[in-house]
Design a protein around this ligand. Structure first.
Ligand code: UT7
Length: 323
């Protein structure tokens, strides 16, 4: 059977690093509060010339270089983002143009923080359906542009960045020994749409709007939703937490990551944590964490890797990949 095998990874971060202490003169907060409640120590913030498209392009180029491929080898670009350069056209098309790629097709996916997990699942279906052989899956965000910088309950949590994977069609035997995407489970529930949202949009206010979040409410639901969808993925693949080599969760809050891993029985040393370095970069968080753990040699060919995310909507999901 056809499997969607990871061939390369890449990442890009804005030049400017903003430390927790840099907020202390802006809103009533402290390095101690942010670090204790979230695990975040710093985040990268995009300059005017750094956009979702430019960061996405840089991450895509890095993933292509890692794969030993060029844009000519790619059939499809799927970009997960909630902060597109423009309402339309899709920022994926702008990245396609920046890469000098004038064949194939490209589109954006909007599932907020779960966007990358949705995008990998979608790319896998295009590959297995025979519509694409090699797909660039990108998560790129500039949440700094939609933050209310006077709201301490949200502005300290998010950061900007991008990560990318190249997925390529390969042959598998149909077992979990195969390399590639092995199982996935996606969920959404719009009854929670007012707990994490942006208060503007083209069809309502005609403005971009700002991010609003009832953090405690999101927190309350997060661990249960994450663990449910992961258990569904484990059962689809016929594995347990012990079979995993690496758990690469969405990086929103270290406390949510720790509680989810504990509930699932995933050992602490198997959990990839980058929220301290990047903050919550929404759809970019999972591919950024992946690229860190691949670059430092933790994730290796043949490892069983579980990706997970949860965010606005609510949306949530998990994907199991053999590297
Ligand atoms: O990516 C999508 C998923 N998003 C998430 O997973 C976010 C989920 N939520 C969270 O991570 C946490 O709820 C937060 C980090 C947002 C907040 O942590 P918390 O432990 O739930 O704190 P809280 O909202 O219950 O607030 C505790 C106190 C409040 O003061 P009072 O009411 O107890 O007097 C807040 O006003 O902390 C206050 N507070 C702050 N204090 C200093 C809120 N933000 C700050 C701040 N600095 N930046």
């Amino acid at each position: 059977m056809i499997r969607s095998v990871v061939r390369g990874t890449g990442a890009a971060l804005p030049r400017r690093i903003m430390k927790n202490a840099d907020f202390e003169g802006m809103v009533e907060t402290s390095d101690e509060w942010i670090a204790q409640r979230t695990g975040i120590r710093q985040r990268h913030i995009a300059a005017d010339d750094e956009t979702t498209a430019s960061l996405g392009e840089a991450a895509a180029r890095a993933a292509l270089a890692d794969a030993g491929l060029t844009p000519d080898d790619i059939d499809l670009i799927v970009l997960a983002t909630s902060t597109p350069n423009n309402t339309f056209p899709a920022t994926a098309v702008e990245i396609q143009d920046r890469l000098g790629m004038h064949h194939g097709f490209a589109f954006d996916m909007q599932a907020v923080c779960s966007g990358f997990v949705y995008a990998v699942t979608t790319a896998d279906l295009y590959i297995r359906g025979g519509l694409a052989k090699r797909v660039l899956v990108i998560g790129s965000e500039t949440f700094s542009r939609i933050l209310d910088w006077s709201d301490r309950s949200t502005c300290v949590l998010f950061g900007d960045g991008a990560g990318a994977l190249v997925l390529e069609a390969g042959e598998g035997g149909g077992t979990i020994a195969d390399r590639g995407v092995l199982a996935a489970s996606l969920r959404s529930d719009g009854t929670h749409k007012d707990k994490l949202f942006v208060d503007g949009g083209p069809s309502t206010t005609g403005t971009v709007g700002h991010l609003r979040m009832e953090g405690r409410e999101v927190f309350k639901h997060a661990v249960g939703m994450i663990t449910d969808v992961i258990e569904a993925t484990f059962s689809a693949a016929g594995i347990t937490a012990d079979d995993l080599d690496w758990f690469v969760p969405h990086q929103a809050n270290k406390r949510i990551i720790d509680a989810s891993a504990k509930k699932l029985g995933i050992a602490e040393q198997k959990v990839v944590v980058t929220v301290n370095l990047h903050g919550n970069t929404s759809a970019a968080s999972v591919p950024l964490a992946l690229s860190v753990a691949v670059a430092d040699g933790r994730i290796k060919k043949g490892d069983l890797v579980l990706l997970e995310a949860m965010g606005g909507g609510f949306t949530w999901g998990a994907v199991l990949v053999r590297w």
